[in-house]
Design a protein around this ligand. Sequence first.
Ligand code: DX5
Ligand code: ZN
Length: 223
Amino acid sequence: MATKDYIIAPSILSADFSRLGEEVNSVIEAGADWVHFDVMDNHYVPNLTIGPMVCQSLREYGITAPIDVHLMVEPVDELIKSFVKADATYITFHPEASEDVDRSISLIKDGGCKAGLVLNPDISIDVLDGYLDKLDMILLMSVFPGFGGQEFIDSVLEKVNKIRSIIDDKNLNTRLEIDGGIKLDNIKEVADAGADTFVSGSAIFNQPDYFQIIQEMRDSLET
Ligand code: DX5
Ligand code: ZN
């Protein structure tokens, strides 16, 4: 895959929330492609983060980069509607958190956003059956969702491989995103397994120089 087709999406979960607009500007200026926006409800996952008002504020602050909203909430539909209004770009959700997956996908797409399903490390790829043609993105979790800074679960690589084959065999235009424990040491291996979109939180925001770490990640992808 050409390097330009790889997307790096820093997860703002690890940003300094007291200066969120500046932090997002900094990573985008440092070469990030998208902003990964983790929404946790203290119900589907045991943590509580940010909602549509913050997404809207980032737009009003002047952020024009794609905002990749990862919903870790249950139920999903009301928040999908709110994030459509808040000008999200991608909205992904966990299928087991939706009452009606087709309806949730339609709410996203009819709202003009791009839709994706998220699979936890222990969820079989069979749950994608019947939805593949409708998805702009598949997000594979390589940690159990809830917190940044966890270790990448290696067994997910096999799943990345399988989904890459399915996407290629069917000639789909679906992005394959990976989220959890992505860092300079493993980004290349995950790309080789077939991912093209990389969420990385702590490995970017814990560095003093965002430009340098993003550049090193791109250099590693190019090798
Ligand atoms: C985990 C979130 C991730 C997380 C990634 O529940 O969905 O997006 O912020 O953080 P790192 O890259 O630190 O594992
Ligand atoms: Zn995420």
